[in-house]
Design a protein around this ligand. Structure first.
Ligand code: G6P
Length: 369
């Protein structure tokens, strides 16, 4: 096992650090920045159906559900197609208003999650086309879907998912660009710009991973906090949910992720000088609004930890602590902003003496209901 960990203390840390490679592997041979094209062999044969889809329903569980939420923003923005994201466990028992003309995308790292498999079977039974976004090659979900794209993240051992999340988001991004091009929702010129930037993401993740000292310092200061709040808007909202989930899973700290503006409808009542509030201010088009949210937290003496970029310097100035990530286009920001959150949960869990790779009560793959 020590050899498999490759010199890292835990599989989770190894997998966090593997993300530049995992994303490069996921992109390899699939994008051409010069031509502005995306090639995904696994969905070529069903592209016509995808182009003509009335809507896309994404079904998944856990972290994969969070990447699905990022997918919703991506598909709606880049391909102008309406998307609904369902917890697979809810979809399977509700009125299933799905049929021919609809496309379901199921997302699963393991390809074995019972609820996700049941959602896929229900959608197929009703005539929908089902596309898989899966890591484990030959898994049940990969076999039962009509078409699919492997994320090629390599084996993920740590129970808390890290590199699978970023690789899933990478695949959904490529799919959204490809669909956007096919539907003429984006031009070749726009696609070239997007794809050139996407190709730079592994290097930008590497930059974040090369300097973890500030996030370690923040983790040391907040390891004993009983609660955390995570706030984000737009693409950063699912990242807020994912950051909170990571902390819950491995540190056993109660954490809630919220769309920043919803804070005033409840969570704001919890804010006092004891409450760390992680603000993901990495999307420029929502920056002004995030600044107002930060001011609301500050007025109540909440402790602000901002994940932000050099251009959002006002956020950096207002926050008590900040982790600065490289600039990118808003659509790609989850691929970068989630990295400091993975590290924050990891360092806090280690400080608290938790079993990082095998957290209590959790399983890597949930094959029962
Ligand atoms: C479990 C794992 C999570 C994972 C979820 C969905 O809860 O602990 O890390 O996100 O299942 O798993 P899947 O394999 O379908 O992505």
């Amino acid at each position: 096992e020590e050899i498999e960990k490759g010199g890292y203390d835990h599989f989770m840390l190894k997998e966090i650090f593997e993300q530049p490679k995992a994303i490069s592997d996921c992109l390899r041979g699939r994008i051409d920045p010069d031509k502005g094209t995306v090639t995904l062999g696994g969905i070529d044969s069903i592209m016509d159906k995808l182009v003509n889809a009335n809507r896309i329903i994404i079904a998944a569980c856990g972290t994969s559900w969070h990447s699905g939420l990022v997918g919703e923003y991506l598909f709606e923005y880049l391909a102008k197609v309406p998307v609904e994201v369902e917890y697979a466990s809810e979809f399977r028992y509700k009125e299933q208003l799905i049929g021919e003309g609809d496309v379901m995308i199921v997302i699963s790292q393991s390809g074995e999650t019972a609820d996700t498999l049941a959602a896929l079977r229900a959608a197929k039974e009703r005539g929908a086309l089902v596309i898989g976004v899966v890591n484990v090659v030959g898994s049940t979900i990969a076999r039962e879907t009509d078409a699919g794209v492997y994320i090629h993240a390599g084996p993920e051992i740590g129970v808390a998912s890290t590199k699978a999340f970023t690789a899933q988001v990478t695949v959904l991004t490529m799919m959204a660009i490809k669909l956007g091009l096919s539907k003429n929702a984006i031009t070749i010129k726009e696609a070239k710009k997007l794809i050139s930037e996407l190709a730079k993401i592994p290097q930008k993740i590497e930059e974040i991973l090369q300097n973890t000292s500030e996030i370690e310092r923040i983790s040391n200061l907040f390891s004993y906090a009983p609660n955390f709040l995570y706030l984000g808007r737009s693409y950063s909202f699912p990242v807020a949910l994912e950051g909170a989930l990571k902390l819950k899973e491995i540190s056993y700290i109660h954490a809630e992720g919220y769309p920043a503006a919803e804070m005033k409808h409840g969570p704001i009542a919890l804010i006092d000088e004891m409450m760390p509030v992680v603000v993901i201010a990495a999307t420029h088009h929502t920056n002004d609004k995030m600044i107002s949210n930060i001011e609301e937290v500050r007025a109540r003496k909440g402790r602000i930890i901002a994940i932000t970029t050099p251009k959002n310097d006002e956020v950096g100035d207002l926050a008590e602590f900040s982790s600065i990530i490289p600039e990118t286009m808003d659509v790609f920001s989850p691929l970068l902003s989630v990295i400091p959150l993975q590290l924050l949960s990891y360092y806090i869990a280690v400080n608290r003496g938790c079993n990082v790779d095998q957290p209590r009560n959790l399983a890597k793959s949930v094959t029962v209901e």
